[in-house]
Each structure stands twice: as C-alpha cells, then as structure tokens.
Design a protein around this ligand. Structure first.
Ligand code: MG
Length: 379
C-alpha cells in the first residue's frame, strides 16, 4: 500500500501579522514549511510527498523542497488546494495523509499512529481531549461555562483512504463550513477514528506561536561534541604562537607549521565533532605548502566546514598545559583571536591553562600540551 503525504501550504493567513505568509517565515533557521517536509521525509512508510503551494510562491517553494517532493499549485480555498493535491496522487497512493504546513512540530510517531489507524477504517485523525474549562465570555467577564465532556482539539495530519476522501471532496458542494478534511469526510458519511494527538503539534496562528514552536524544534536539534589533543616540543628561539597570539619567550615551539599547539587541539576537536578526521588529513605534513603555515589557516578551514555542514559553533574550550609561559595575562587576547578566526562570539570561547605540577615532559619544560573540546549544533 502506497501512502502519500499532502502538505498544504497555499494559505495567505494574516493572523500571524507578518508580511510573508507564515509558512514561509523562518523558524529555527528554516522556513516553517521545511519542518513538516522533513518530518514526512523521515517517517517510515511515507511514499510520495506533495507540497501544495500558492501559485505566487512556486519559486520560493522550489528553493526549499527536496527534488523528490512534487510541487502542486493550490487553489483559492483550502478545500481547492487539498483537492488539487488529491488529484495529483489519486492514481498512485492507496492512502493519503493531509497536513497543514503551519504545524511544523509533528513527530514520526504521530504520523505512524495515523497510518496504523487507517488499517481499521477509511479515515483517522489526531486530536487531544479538551482539559481546560471552557468559558463563555463577554466584555472581559465570564458569562457562562461549557461542558467539555467529549470535546477534542483537532490536529493534522488527517489520514484517509484516497478513493474515499477524493470522492467526498468531489461530492462536497462547498455548502457548510469545511474547516478541515474530517469535516468533508463526515459530510460524506465516512467514520473518522480519533488517534492520540501531540501537545507539541501546535498550529502557528499568532505571532507568539513562533517562539513556542522554535523552542520545541530547538529541543530536537543535532548536537555534536568533539575533543582534540596535541603536543609540541620546545626548541631554540625567542617567541612562540599560542591560540593565534604571538608571545615573547626564551624558546619557541617546533613543528611543521607554526606549531600553535592550542589551535591544533582546537581544530582537531572541531574535525572530531564533524567526524572529519584531523588536521593531518586536511593539511598533510608531507605537503610542503603547509611548511611554516600559520595555524589560523587550519582553524578557519575547520570553522568553514562547520557552516558548510549546516552546524554552528556552540562553544570552544582549550586547556594549555605548561609551566611557562604564563597564559593568564594573554588569555583574553587568545579568546579574541580564536573568536575572530572562527567567526564565533567571544563569550562562547574559553582559553585556560594548568601546570602539571612540574611532573612529566610539560613539568620539565620540554614542551607544551593542549587539549580542547568543541560543541556544534544544527537546529
Ligand atoms: Mg600539532
């Protein structure tokens, strides 16, 4: 049985009080509609995905959808838009899930519950029982109380056997208030099974709903953590570079590049978080062009890879392990340098230092070690 998803995004709603239709507003870094598309793309058992967009929004839609999503121009009403979507899937899909693009926070589990219920009847839709008291009010005063027994708050996706809902749509003359497809199905005499909805599956209606939806979606974000470690030995010299800052010292650090041990550990932490190997993979020491290279080149590359993969740096933390030079007086300049190189706010970058109590190679002053951690997030 092929199951199609129709995402209805053709509305021109004004209640959210923004110039751009709400389904094209940015939410957690992507247009609202992209979140529902992603949920259906990730859901098992969903076959073709149809996006019904307003004819004026087709270019906007093309920029957002994956190549395998079919774009269908919508009609003047929600009913006409759904009908256009249904006509597009009628020959291929035995079942169809119809979803409002303005509900971006649905889960794969919700989609699965609707699909499961379609094995028992021609129509199923998620809803939540009304738990708050229902009042009548006028002029700021409570004027009455309604019994909430048996009342539900309707959600989407609403699922149907395709032939049943398509013939219901074709027969529906437009009389009566067709708020959703369940209303149309019921007018055609179809029994509609109620499945358990989700509190997070809110419909973006008012401006404040954006903040609530963003919070829910950010809670599902992809978080990556990586660590790095590096050591360079001291040799003759009069200055060294640590975390992008040049310091006068009675020795220098030796290495193929400028031997900035802090930046090397940090770049490896970022590559680690991305599962992209280490500095040596991207800048082989065997390649003479990196001899004497300034290490900010490596860190800049790692930071660019972060954004190319859709992540951003949440925080970076470096610990330098040495007896000398003293790091404390230079830590602020190092944080500023790392912020500049990575394009990250300084408050997200930490540079600190410790000695090893005169133990081991760092304690004997033979070299400097550094360890680092990086956290990356993708909304
Ligand atoms: Mg190194």
């Amino acid at each position: 049985m092929i199951i199609a998803a129709i995402i209805v995004a053709a509305g021109r709603g004004s209640r959210a009080q923004r110039a751009l239709p709400k389904q094209w507003q940015l939410l957690a870094g992507r247009p609202v509609v992209a979140h529902a598309l992603a949920a259906f793309a990730a859901a098992p058992r969903i076959g073709p995905v149809i996006l019904v967009a307003h004819p004026d929004d087709m270019d906007r839609a093309r920029a957002v959808v994956a190549p395998d999503v079919r774009l269908v121009p919508g009609g003047a009403t929600r009913r006409a838009s759904v009908r256009a979507g249904l006509e597009a899937v009628r020959d291929t899909a035995g079942c169809v899930l119809i979803h409002d693009a303005a509900r971006p926070c649905l889960s794969p589990a919700l989609i699965a519950r609707v699909i499961d219920a379609l094995a028992q009847g021609p129509a199923a839709a998620p809803a939540l029982p009304v738990t708050d008291a229902l009042w009548q009010g006028e002029a700021g005063l409570v004027t009455g109380l309604h019994d909430r027994t048996g009342l539900f708050r309707a959600q989407t996706p609403q699922g149907f056997h395709t032939d049943a809902i398509l013939s219901a749509h074709r027969r529906d003359t437009g009389a009566g208030n067709a708020d959703d497809d369940v209303a149309i199905a019921r007018r055609a005499g179809l029994p509609v099974r109620i499945v358990e909805g989700e509190a997070d599956n809110l419909k973006i209606t008012y401006p404040g709903d954006f903040a609530r939806a963003e919070k829910i979606l950010r809670g599902q974000m992809d978080i990556r953590m990586g660590t790095g470690f590096d050591v360079h030995r001291f040799g003759p010299g009069d200055k060294l570079t640590l975390c992008g800052v040049s310091l006068p010292h009675d020795r220098t650090l030796q290495g193929h590049s400028d031997a900035d041990v802090g930046i090397h550990a940090l770049a490896d932490a970022i590559y680690g978080a991305l599962a992209e190997g280490d500095i040596g993979r991207h800048f082989p020491p065997s390649d003479p062009q990196w001899k004497g290279a300034e290490s900010h080149v490596f860190l800049r590359h790692a930071a660019r890879l972060v954004s190319e993969k859709g992540f951003r740096i949440s925080n970076l933390d470096v610990t330098l392990i040495c007896e000398l030079p003293r790091i404390g007086p230079h830590a602020a300049a190092m944080r500023a340098a790392l912020a500049r190189i990575t394009g990250t706010e300084i408050c997200r970058i930490s540079v600190k230092a410790t000695t090893s109590e005169r133990l081991g190679f760092t304690g004997r002053g033979e070299g400097i070690a550094a360890q680092a951690a990086a956290t990356l997030v993708k909304p």
